[in-house]
Design a protein around this ligand. Structure first.
Ligand SMILES: Nc1nc2c(ncn2[C@@H]2O[C@H](COP(=O)(O)OP(=O)(O)OP(=O)(O)O)[C@@H](O)[C@H]2O)c(=O)[nH]1
Ligand SMILES: [Mg+2]
Length: 366
């Protein structure tokens, strides 16, 4: 409960989440007063209350993060709950209904393992009885939550490494650069100094895109010429971030298809080169996974995990897709932490991931 509450309130490093010898960032997240300190910090949400004495209060209240997540998942939820209702109109629970439900859950990308968990849980308590779609959805929410609980973790930054290096990898267009911008905003709002590295040296537009995020978040961006060696750039950026005393260095990389061997080799090289400056670097390897991809996402995680040592995920584009269930399948298969979910293109649309909220949102349970 402590963790969910802390996330919901927003802020960085709720004290309840930080255990010795880690040092919390600042005090209560709700107070919005956050000072960097050595030790581990937990990144949840950006500090929402900022002192802006010059400006009039916003006329339209912002939607809460919970509402943004619910809205983001609305399409996945609508599709799923509509199909469940289609199966459970005035029917006793029998083998056929269970089979139909299993099909619905698999079509919703939840994966076989979770589909069977839900149908087994339902069968064990309700077999031969009348069952409503509301009951089915409640059982589904509970089972999905069990699968997700193990992966819903806050991103912890170990600030005994200065900088803590976050390498961001993933297939083209999955949201790497946008996620970096959103994450940099959360971190800088939390009082940390962030440096960005434009490791996508293939496209001029990619470098520009990162520079815009750098300006927005007041984070220096290390970039090199188009076509420069990405590993060399990553190395330089690491040295510069050390010199500058930055708390966090976030390295963008070029989008790549997982079957392009030379690009994957380049990614391996980036990881290797960073390790020369600090054997534990990169400390966090985040993969962005686009929820609209569906089943292929499972494969993507497998491959990037092997090549780049991915140790955490951000599931992007959960808004506007009916395929949000894929997050559950990925959680069941890979058991990697899911630190955030992306629910839009705006800077605030990066939400900490909560198992129970996500499970209830996707199952359409209040
Ligand atoms: N709706 C929605 N769009 C998103 C989200 N995250 C990223 N996008 C959009 O997806 C598109 C691609 O995002 P990028 O951040 O450029 O993706 P990338 O992985 O850096 O792409 P490459 O550099 O080409 O590999 C952009 O139009 C983003 O605005 C999200 O959570 N929701
Ligand atoms: Mg990019």
């Amino acid at each position: 409960m402590g963790r969910v509450a802390a996330k919901r309130r927003g802020g960085v490093a709720a004290p309840a989440l930080v255990t010795p010898p880690r040092t919390a960032l600042g005090t209560s997240p709700i107070e919005g007063e956050v000072k960097p300190a050595p030790g581990k910090v937990t990144v949840t949400k950006k500090v929402e209350q900022k002192a802006e004495p010059q400006k009039a209060p916003e006329p339209v209240p912002r939607r809460s993060w919970f509402q943004r997540m619910r809205d983001g998942l609305a399409r996945s939820s609508r599709e799923l709950t509509g199909n469940i209702a289609g199966v459970f109109t005035k029917r006793k629970l029998d083998g056929e209904t269970l089979q139909d439900l299993e099909d619905v859950l698999i079509r919703a990308d939840l994966g076989m393992e979770t589909a069977l968990r839900v149908t087994d849980a339902l069968a064990s308590s309700r077999y031969g009885k009348d069952v409503s779609d509301t009951e089915v959805r409640a059982i589904m929410a509970a089972e999905v939550e069990k699968v997700l609980t193990h992966v819903a973790m806050p991103l912890e930054l170990d600030l005994s490494h200065k900088p803590h290096v976050i390498l961001v990898v993933g297939v083209n267009g999955t949201g790497k650069t946008t996620t970096i911008g959103k994450l940099a905003a959360k971190l800088t709002d939390g009082g940390l100094s962030v440096m960005l590295a434009a490791g996508d040296t293939f496209r001029a537009a990619a470098i520009e895109q990162l520079k815009i995020w750098g300006e927005r978040t007041k984070s220096p961006v290390i970039a090199s010429k188009l076509g420069a060696d990405a590993a060399g750039l990553a190395y330089d950026a690491f040295e510069k971030a050390k010199e500058a005393g930055s708390d966090v260095l976030i390295i963008d990389t070029a989008g790549r298809l997982q079957n392009k061997t030379e690009l994957m080799a380049e990614l391996e090289k980036i990881v290797r080169v960073l390790g020369k400056l600090d054997p534990e670097a990169p400390h966090t390897v985040l993969q962005t996974v686009d929820a609209t991809t569906g089943q292929n996402a499972l494969n993507q995680v497998e491959i990037f995990r092997n090549v780049a040592g991915v140790n955490g995920l951000v599931m992007t584009k959960l808004d506007g897709t009916a395929r949000g269930g894929i997050l559950v399948a990925i959680a069941a298969k890979h058991k990697l932490p899911v630190y955030f979910i992306g629910v839009g293109e705006q800077v605030d649309d990066l939400e900490p991931f909560s198992a129970s909220e996500f499970a209830r949102a996707i199952a359409g349970v209040a």
